[in-house]
Design a protein around this ligand. Structure first.
Ligand code: ZN
Length: 252
């Protein structure tokens, strides 16, 4: 089965539309969204509706949770807090209800785990080998391959004795569709961070997602350019903080 996996859309409709177009060219069988559909961006309702109508598995992100319960945004920085308050006011009642009913994770019979932040705790971050090691050792449910997002930076860790991060380099530069193909060795546990669709932070402005084939254990990290100017214009017109559109220009 071929999966298309996204995370951290952050109310960026142009980016998720570009990713869906690319994903459909690759004819994936099932689509998975690892959360943070809303927050930061200016198209929260449109993004929720796009995700509901296109994706098979959808998990809760910390911004999704905060948009329906503002107390959950206490730890957010000022711009994130301002955006989540704006989002809470924009959300249609049906869409709020939908977010409220999301699960924090899914595991499949094939040993796959889908969670927003970490197998260890739904909203923990995995940046380092050490954090990945902890996630492998203290996962809430056993898994062979976990797909996560949350850091907005694509990443891949294999457990070979210790957790070790694998390098990610795309074949084409920013501005074009970029790819990196990978294969998870038989019997190796892995954590794959699919990056962010709507607000990348690895100095690459393209929307990020991952394709993974459960039979061949082969996958592809994909980067897709999208119409950033349209997204930036919407954030400006919504009166959201400067930093939220500025970072889309630089991918950080
Ligand atoms: Zn996020």
């Amino acid at each position: 089965m071929k999966l298309g996996i996204v995370s951290d859309i952050h109310a960026n409709l142009e980016a998720i539309d570009a990713v869906l177009t690319d994903m459909n060219l690759h004819k994936v069988d099932k689509k998975v969204c690892l959360g943070d559909i809303v927050g930061y961006g200016a198209s929260p309702n449109e993004c929720i509706e796009t995700i509901i109508s296109n994706f098979n598995y959808i998990v809760m992100g910390n911004h999704d949770e905060a948009s329906i319960d503002l107390d959950r945004s206490l730890g957010f920085n000022l711009a994130a807090k301002e955006a989540i308050q704006w989002t809470a006011k924009q959300l249609a009642p049906d869409n709020k209800e939908y977010l409220r009913n999301l699960e924090y994770g899914y595991s499949t019979d094939e040993g796959l785990l889908f969670v927003h932040g970490s197998p260890n705790e739904p909203f923990d971050y995995i940046f380092s080998d050490r954090e990945a090691q902890i996630a492998f050792q203290t996962a809430i449910s056993d898994f062979e391959i976990a797909f996560v997002g949350h850091t907005h930076t694509p990443g891949m860790w294999f457990l070979e004795g210790k957790a070790k991060q694998q390098p990610i380099r795309y074949d084409k530069p920013d501005g074009e569709i970029g790819k990196l193909e990978f294969r998870i060795p038989e019997g190796t546990k892995a954590i794959i961070n699919v990056g962010s669709v709507g607000q990348p932070r690895d100095y690459d402005t393209r929307a990020s997602y991952v394709i993974y084939d459960t039979e061949t254990r082969q996958g592809t990290f994909v980067r897709v350019p999208y119409s950033k100017d349209i997204t930036i214009g919407k954030i400006k017109r919504a009166g959201l903080p400067y930093s939220l559109w500025h970072r889309l220009m630089y991918g950080q």
